[in-house]
Design a protein around this ligand. Structure first.
Ligand code: UD1
Length: 415
């Protein structure tokens, strides 16, 4: 259980370096199931999601070596994980399904957990595996898939990030050609494609809605450095904007962040790309309208941090959440600090500029928890943020430390 004591913060200033993206690293780790040769992932962030997935992969027979920030994985004889516990703790664990099935012709996995931000079914993952010839059997709490995979065509009803990645991780070893239509275009999906290509896979169309994979008999190892975390970067940008700060973010990919940078600019802040990184400065004051969408639209993972920023904007900001059906849980906690937020189904109306006062709040999910930390910076006095299940540390490597390096005063207590 983590508790964060957050003091009011007048202004953030300084520079921070952005870590590698959680959502890139997790699928890359699952690529370790695809080869006997060592696959080294560089700059792996220290996150509980990474730790949990490493344990799941160990349970799947993946050998691992961790040295100075890099993680090396290889698997001689992969097998389905025995423990259901760990799998039910994180959503991304379902990504072991595709590579296990492709490599061994069999996969049995417990149905995944993760943040309770919606129903989060895996029907599209299964549809992809079926298109490649797998027989799927659903039992309460788990799913079993069997069959020698061959190429197939699949249309995703929604460009699901996880389903696209799972199908990719299977199709690279399936015999023949697989075509994914309405594939996810997120930078983390393209990153997985780049890594798989480095391992010898044949993939065309990464970053577009149609990805074509030519299966190979086997893949080899290699060394890969994942993309920076655009959501961590966006969270810091929101924190800076909330405090009229001047912050330099090192190691970001601005081309991955266009939608959120447009929205931030609409609030009135100044964003400047420099040779050393992305600098944010100026005053955020204008309300915004945000509609979450699949990439290159505004990322749903930035909705909560952006809502924290909206608490400081004069007038009413509007948030429409179209990706997940239950992703406003943080709003209720924000109202405890004095925020004026009205929720109507998938719409949140945030009237900013109200005085916020520190009190006890509880982290609701990963991004919601981070957003509450930002809201605590804006509140008068002290905000005590309870994170009983450690949501924030699942996806941010030391967010309080990063904000602290910029001048925030956040005391972390781990029980
Ligand atoms: C990934 C990210 C998460 C991000 C999300 C959307 C990782 C580890 N997590 O999650 O941070 O918020 O993308 O950008 O990369 N859906 C179905 N059926 C399926 C799969 C998904 O209906 O089989 C629905 C989901 O319920 C959700 C929507 O599609 O409403 C998006 O989900 P998806 O893109 O799959 O998200 P994740 O891969 O779980």
């Amino acid at each position: 259980m983590a508790t964060y004591r957050i003091s009011h913060c007048e202004r953030l200033a300084g520079e921070v370096s952005i870590h590698a993206a959680k959502n890139a690293v997790l699928p890359l780790m699952c690529a370790g199931l695809l080869t006997r040769e060592p696959l080294t992932i560089e700059h792996v962030p220290s996150l509980t999601d990474v730790q949990v997935l490493a344990e799941i992969l160990a349970d799947c027979g993946v050998s691992q070596r961790r040295e100075e920030g890099s993680l090396t994985l290889w698997s001689d004889e992969p097998q389905s994980p025995m423990g259901a516990d760990l799998l039910s703790r994180m959503r991304a664990s379902v990504l072991v399904m595709g590579p296990l099935l492709a490599r061994t012709g069999y996969a049995r996995v417990a149905l995944p957990g993760g943040c309770a931000i919606g129903q989060r079914p895996i029907d599209l993952h299964l549809k992809g595996m079926e298109a490649m010839g797998a027989r799927v059997q659903l039992t309460p709490g788990s799913v079993t898939l069997q069959g020698q995979l061959r190429g197939g065509n699949v249309y995703l009803d929604f460009p699901s990030v996880g389903a696209t990645e799972n199908i990719l991780l299977a199709a690279v070893l399936a015999e023949g050609t697989t075509r994914i239509e309405n594939a996810a275009k997120e930078p983390e999906v393209s990153d997985l494609c780049d890594c798989l290509k480095m391992m010898g896979a044949s993939i065309d169309g990464a970053g577009t809605g149609t990805i074509v994979i030519q299966g190979q008999k086997q893949l080899h190892g290699g060394v890969y450095r994942p993309v920076p975390d655009r959501i961590e970067a966006g969270t810091i940008l929101c924190a800076a904007a909330m405090t009229e700060g001047s912050v330099l973010l090192r190691g970001v990919r601005v081309d991955h962040m266009r939608a959120m940078l447009f929205k931030l600019t609409e609030t009135g802040v100044t964003l400047r790309e420099t040779p050393s990184g992305l600098r944010i400065s100026g005053r955020a004051s204008q309300p915004i309208q945000v509609r979450t969408l699949a990439y290159p639209g505004f990322p749903t993972d930035m909705q909560a941090p952006m809502m924290a920023l909206a608490l400081r904007l004069r007038g009413t900001s509007l948030f429409m959440e179209t990706v997940f059906e239950n992703r406003f849980m943080h709003a209720r906690e924000m109202t405890r600090l004095g925020a004026a937020i009205r929720i109507e189904d998938r719409l949140a109306l945030v009237t900013g500029g109200r005085l916020l006062s520190g009190t006890d709040v509880t982290s609701t999910d990963l991004r919601g928890g981070a957003a509450l930390m930002l809201a605590g910076l804006a509140a008068e006095g002290e905000t005590v943020l309870h994170d009983p299940t450690g949501h924030i540390a699942r996806g941010y490597e030391d967010l309080p430390g990063m904000l602290g390096a910029l001048g925030a005063n956040i005391i972390t207590q781990i029980d």
